[in-house]
Structure formats: C-alpha cells, structure tokens
Design a binder for this molecule. Structure first.
Ligand code: MG
Ligand code: ZN
Length: 225
C-alpha cells in the first residue's frame, strides 16, 4: 500500500503559502504565525501588543479558532482589524484558509499581521501559511518540559514568548530548565519572559516586533523579501 495523502496535502499547501508570501511582500506587510497550546494567552498577548503598538505600527490579526468568535471579538475591542477563520474542528490553519481570510483584509493598510493559529503545538508547525516568522508562545501554567516534548515548534520559531510569568510563584514551572531546553533546541532565538497582566517584558517584545517589521530582526523568510 502506498500512502501519499499527507505529502500531497503539504505540497499543495506550500504552493498556496508561496502565493500568500508574494502578496504579503507586495504589500510590505510583515507576517507572524503565532503558535501555542490552547489557553496559553495568545489573545491576551495580542490585546496588549495592540495597545502598546498603537500609533507605531498598523496591526491586523487573522484568528484561527475551532468554532467560536470570542477571541476575535476581544482583539477587535483593542482597535485592530480582525478576521476570524472558523476551522470547523480542523486543528491547524492552512495556507488556503489564510488566503480566503486575506480577501477581507486591506493588506496595504497594515505593517504587521499576526496569524493566531489554532491552539495546538503539533501540526500547525508543518503548514507554512506564507508567514515571515513563526513565534511560539508558552505559558507557565503549562509544563516546563513542553519544549522537550514538542521540539518542532521551538526549532522553527524565531522567538518564544513565555507568558503569565506573574503566576510563576503558584506553579511548578521550572523557568531556568525551560530556558535551557529552548536554548538547546534553538540557540538562535529571542525569548521574552512576559506577563500580559503586569506588562512585564512587553516593551522588549514590542521593540522586537518593530525591528522585525522594519526588516532588522531575523525571521524565517525575511531574506526572500
Ligand atoms: Mg485565543
Ligand atoms: Zn492539525
């Protein structure tokens, strides 16, 4: 028996991702694919980021969600253009889904576009969406062994945001061990140790985003621009 479905899916996806990237480059918008487990605070991070970058960068967000529009509504309240993709249970975004969402976005009006992937650390890594950079998000309410268990995303990401550090005293999360593990997997990566609640390290995160949007920070696919 020959099973080639997975490979076919990925090669079709790669074609569409390339088209998305051309569209992003033509509109001079930098695109981040934000990947994390469910409940790690992607939406809270984006809300705060939108507040801090107001007046500096024009932000857009494409939100992938399994069924609800709750996250999209929260981000929209922060004054950002948001398009929601309901994946109807599919556990990752595809380049095709993003292409359809982009029809609703005025890309020429934006400097930075976040694609908030479906909460899942596994298959979103395999599906290129046409982004310039993958960013991983990991909260201290998850296990600090996540990087060791899911090295794929931490290898691919140009930055990792550790979130909810205000909760660190109430968890068993071993921050030094986690940082060491990330370093072992990908020593070339930016790590931000943040709290959306207290604002910790968000100024560094936003400064890095400004650099990325200006083409001065390292991305996965920025060289081809
Ligand atoms: Mg969310
Ligand atoms: Zn999936």
């Amino acid at each position: 028996m020959k099973v080639i479905v997975g490979k076919d899916l990925l090669s079709a996806n790669a074609g569409q991702a390339g088209e998305n990237r051309v569209l992003f480059n033509n509109n001079r918008v930098t695109v981040i694919n934000l990947i994390s487990a469910p409940g790690s605070g992607k939406t809270a991070l984006l809300e705060k980021t939108a507040e801090l970058l107001r007046g500096k960068l024009k932000l857009g967000v494409v939100v992938g969600d399994l069924y609800t529009t709750r996250d999209a509504e929260r981000i929209e309240r922060a004054g950002v253009t948001v398009v929601q993709i309901n994946t109807e249970g599919v556990c990752h975004l595809t380049a095709d889904m993003v292409a359809r969402a982009l029809q609703e976005v005025s890309l020429d009006q934006l400097n930075l576009l976040f694609i908030e992937n479906v909460g899942n650390l596994v298959c979103p890594v395999s599906f290129d969406l046409g982004e310039h950079a993958k960013v991983a998000l990991l909260s201290v309410t998850e296990g600090s062994d996540k990087p060791a268990k899911y090295p794929g995303i931490f290898r691919e990401a140009v930055a990792t945001v550790i979130s909810k550090v205000d909760l660190l005293p109430y968890t068993d999360f071993d921050l030094p061990a986690c940082l060491e593990e990330i370093q072992k997997i990908n020593s070339d990566q930016q790590v931000f140790i943040t709290s959306a609640r207290t604002g910790q390290d968000l100024s560094h995160w936003c400064a890095w985003l400004e650099q990325l949007a200006a083409g001065k920070a390292k991305g996965n696919n920025l060289a081809s621009r």
